[in-house]
Ligand binder design. Sequence first.
Ligand SMILES: *[C@@H]1O[C@H](CO)[C@@H](O)[C@H](O)[C@H]1NC(C)=O
Length: 796
Amino acid sequence: MTKDKESIFRSFHFVYIVTLVVGTTFHFSDESEYAVDMSDRGLTHVPKGLPPKTKVLDMSQNYISELHLSDISFLSGLKVLRLSHNRIQCLDLSIFKFNQDLEYLDLSHNQLQKISCHPITNLKHLDLSFNDFDALPICKEFGNWTQLNFLGLSATKLQQLDLLPIAHLHLSCILLDLEGYYVKENESESLQILNTETLHLIFHPNNIFSVQANISVNNLGCLQMTNIKLNNDKCQVFIRFLSELTRGPTLLNFTLNHVETTWKCLVRILQFLWPKPVEYLNIYNLTIIESINKEDFTYSETTLKALKIEHVTNRVFIFSQTVLYTVFSEMNIMMLTISDTPFIHMLCPQATSTFKFLNFTQNVLTDSIFQNCSTLVRLKIFILQKNELKDLFKVGLMTKDMPSLEILDVSWNSLEYTRHNRTCTWVESIVILNLSSNILTESVFRCLPPRIKILDLHSNKIRNIPKDIAGLEDLQELNIASNDLAHLPGCGSFSSLSVLIIDNNAISNPSAHFFQSCQKVKSVKAGNNPFHCTCELREFIQRIGQVSSEVVEGWPDSYKCDYPESYKGSLLKDFHVSPLSCSTALLIVTIGVIGLVLAVTLTVLCIYFDLPWYLRMAFQWTRTRRRARSVPSDELQKTLQFHAFVSYSEHDSFWVKNELLPNLEKEGIRICLHERNFVPGKSIVENIINCIEKSYKSIFVLSPNFVQSEWCHYELYFAHHNLFHEGSNNLILILLDPIPQNSIPSKYHKLRALMTQRTYLEWPKEKSKHGLFWANIRAAFNVKLTLITENNDVKT
Ligand SMILES: *[C@@H]1O[C@H](CO)[C@@H](O)[C@H](O)[C@H]1NC(C)=O
């Protein structure tokens, strides 16, 4: 077995065993880390069979009450052990003697009362806070743990020499939990904690502050205190406690968290800290109790740069607002943050103020704030987010006397600009204005600071950008997302615009003109608009394809069709339509050209190939064939001797003898000619009638001659015998020469009727057409006939 395979086998083997013993599969989150998470599993003991390679073991939030050498001694690579929130009461540190690599040990939130000491040389982080220790659990061995940088401790009492063993260590943080601390009468302890950068003290949340000990720290840079409850009586105790801690020159950051105090005491604490070296003072979760009365405050020289007070609850209901606000408004510091408070106003400083940065986020301030206030001359950044501002005109007016103001944030208010008849006044120095999340309409463009560079107007109610707005030549960034804009604006009024954010509006047909008008724009974000994927959009999409993709932010994923229904949700990138369906002119031209070609073709066919004649012949041919087929053969008289009787004028006999007869007779069609089959002794008419009655069809060769000389024989006959009724089957009229309608004598009613019906076949002069002519005639005889010869032979 190779070494690799062996190790795989081994690890498989122990996972298998562990699964059996603990009932849980261990998963290493990362092969190299070997982390095992057994937190919150309801364990009462350290599980057996942990993977020996475990480096990080989390067993926090269980019910483990004891820890033995055998539980973890085999975890020779263990670096991190988390055991917080268990029930361990007593611990012998020697159980870690085989865990030479142990760096991080969290035993906080247990019930430890005692630990036995043993050196763990590599330990960096040891947390023993929130336990039941009486005195500080510090062994003299800790003094040798030179790697240690975090130490969490807890104690109910503090004694003079407790911290001595670690006094020389350079720690970065000490967490001291004094929740269980209680004062022993007439006892004033003094402790030295040397060399920690951060000290975090946690007191009991419900007990009035009463720690009497003097704790003094060298090199303290950051002090945090949590759970401070003070009444006027204990205020002095707290200040005395602070005085030792704040003595050093290095303390720059001081944070108080969860403070409940009177106004009087708060002012005293601030007053106490004022001359101290602290630069950044933060007070989070402040509750003011009892009463608020006027307190004097001396604004002595201070190194304090920034005071931040966040989340204030005021339990005092009747008080003078002025008393409260004066203390803050007169502060001689650069940065003041008062946020998430019930403050409804702030006073204008009486003398020229030092404020450069004011952040009044999430209070209840109205637009009467700082009206006619000319002392905030250094103010550069002013944040009034999430207040009750309503009138944009008054906001502009407020800035009038703030000559240094560069950034103003009045987002998340209820601002409107309705005083259209009054010109807005803004200080010229403003370059960044945040008006987002208000209820402004397009009229806002008439009330803006003149030199503005960055304007945030997102989430308002703007429906369009007026064309005639003047003087926003410096505007570089415009965020107008989440409004009701229906069109992409041009850059006519914004000659310097380089960033435009206009997503989430109502733009359906953005015009491609935008790209011409806004040459300087380096970034445009226009996604999530309800684009109408129709012809108008094509040019816009093409233009996007031309500009570089960095310019159009979110392309292509957030640019989708909203209409028509068939394209809904598909990307603009994938929308294609043919140029033809988009241009009416192109469409008309195309249809025109096709029509013209058709007309020319038809004309050519008609002129050169006599198309109408062919059509007529073809029509008659099909009709004749159909009729011939529909004649039931048994209806045909047995008496028939001929297929056809032909009548013609003497003048046309040349054509009949040389064209008609040869062409029909070669197909076996028997013809009755009255001169050939003449029965002597009978009149012409009798002979003709005899011939007609013995024939299947009658062919008349029509010509002006025929009308003159022959037709008289028939007109009477037709009048008496209705044999050749209109549209008759038995009659074939061949028009050899055209007969002008007026040359037919008016007594020939029948002939006139037949001529007007145009049911005759014209004899074509062109030879090429003769074939079709004969085919047409023959089609009329396309029926099987049984003819009787004159001697009664049956012939087919
Ligand atoms: C304006 O304020 C909003 C929040 O209120 C913030 O998200 C946005 O980034 C700010 N705009 C600018 C330009 O700073």
